[in-house]
Design a protein around this ligand. Structure first.
Ligand SMILES: [Zn+2]
Length: 407
């Protein structure tokens, strides 16, 4: 049933795009504004509100997490009725609302379908890095990602004309537009002749060429707990419910009244009731991070208050749509939920097979980067390039291209 619907939507979408001049039926791009709610959206589009009230608690929480400025699609029939809506809930899932033949509506949560491409970006800086990346790629998410990755390693204010950058990444597009995290696999900034590297390892974290982290994993676990009752997931097929699920945080099972501590220095930007999250505190930290503490029995901080790492801010509870006493701990970077486990202080580092895989891929990337830099020396006029690459075959192509150019 689910897959039938997904294919049906794609079928309609393609049909509408192909036959657009002949039909009144239109797919329109819309923008999810700040303060927008699902109830208001349904009301505005004359869709029965029952649809919202019938949703389960997990889907309801996802709806309250929609990023501001998310672009979504609405398809209407000739009478102006909404036939279908496709609304991204996070990087992996979207809500599909569909009008059935009898005029009733149904919803399902389905995976976002992406076009992905391996890309390599090479830049000799002419301006500030974020601007150069944006000018070359028009990919804002990539520009944001690169600057965040190197923010504690390179002083961007001291980047000079002629310093260089290489980024290997997975470009992701949804319906022709950049969407979601543009996954950086390897990156190098050369500043005044010194090279700084960052590589993505199998544990989802970034390390330099010697396998060292850069001190960015600095959040603490906000409470004592018995066990993790639910880890972070962006897309998980639930085999019993037969549906896709996402969980934008870590659930720490802990008795009601357990003290909750700020995971890092910051400023409280929300304390109150937040949809299915119940009593909630949100803290804004430096560098685009925010933490969220939900289902609290009570909180003892107010909006605008500055807090220090480890400072008591609240007590755990079971408020909102919660299935048992626990703390829901969410972490977002630039308004995108990320796995808190990736940023919590840890000391182990890469080990075993993950370390071996890291060493192998790092070696390969460093060789590729060396080739790109060497090629550049004899072809300064091609200092900025954006190429689609076949990851497995890129080394050979680089060598043969260089040979063809007479290097
Ligand atoms: Zn949770």
């Amino acid at each position: 049933m689910l897959f039938k619907k997904v294919f049906f939507f794609l079928f309609v979408l393609v049909n509408v795009l192909l036959s657009a001049p002949l039909s009144q039926r239109m797919v329109k791009d819309k923008v999810w504004g700040s303060g927008e709610t699902m109830l208001a959206f349904l009301q505005e589009n004359k869709i029965p509100l029952k649809l919202y009230y019938d949703m389960d608690s997990e889907d309801e929480k996802l709806l309250s997490d929609i990023r501001i400025n998310t672009i979504y699609q609405v398809l209407r029939n000739d009478d102006g009725d909404v036939e279908q809506v496709l609304l991204p809930l996070d990087d992996e899932l979207e809500l599909h609302i569909m009008r059935e033949d009898d005029g009733t509506y149904s919803t399902s949560v389905i995976p976002i379908i992406y076009e992905t491409k391996q890309k390599r970006l090479f830049i000799t800086f002419e301006d500030i890095p974020s601007k150069d990346i944006l000018n070359k790629t028009e990919n804002y998410e990539l520009s944001l990602g690169v600057t965040h990755l190197f923010r504690k390693i390179v002083d961007f204010k001291k980047i000079r004309l002629g310093d260089r950058l290489i980024v290997y990444y997975r470009e992701k597009k949804r319906l022709g537009r950049f969407f979601g995290e543009q996954k950086i696999e390897a990156a190098m900034i050369e500043q005044h002749g010194k090279k700084y590297y960052q590589f993505l390892a199998l544990d989802g974290k970034y390390y330099n060429q010697r396998g060292k982290t850069t001190g960015t994993s600095s959040f603490i676990i906000p409470c004592t707990y018995k066990r993790i009752s639910s880890p972070f997931t962006t897309k998980r097929w639930h085999p019993i419910l037969h549906r896709y699920r996402a969980h934008h945080g870590i659930d720490y099972a802990t008795p009601i009244g357990t003290p909750i501590k700020a995971a890092y220095n910051g400023k409280v930007i929300f304390s109150g009731v937040k949809h299915g999250y119940g009593n909630t505190v949100v803290i804004r930290h430096a560098a685009g991070y925010k933490t969220l503490y939900a289902h609290l029995s009570r909180y003892i901080v107010h909006v605008g208050q500055k807090v220090k790492t480890g400072e008591r801010i609240a007590y755990s509870g079971n408020t909102g749509r919660s299935t048992g006493p626990h703390l829901h701990f969410g972490l977002s970077l630039n308004n995108r939920w990320i796995d808190p486990a990736l940023k919590i202080i840890f000391t182990k580092g890469l080990r075993g097979s993950k370390r071996a895989a890291f060493n192998t891929s790092t070696k390969l990337f460093m060789q590729k980067m060396k080739n790109v830099l060497e090629r550049d020396k004899s072809h300064l006029k091609r200092a900025i390039s954006l190429e689609e690459i076949d990851a497995s075959d890129e080394h050979n192509r680089t060598v043969s291209a260089a040979t063809k150019d007479g290097v």
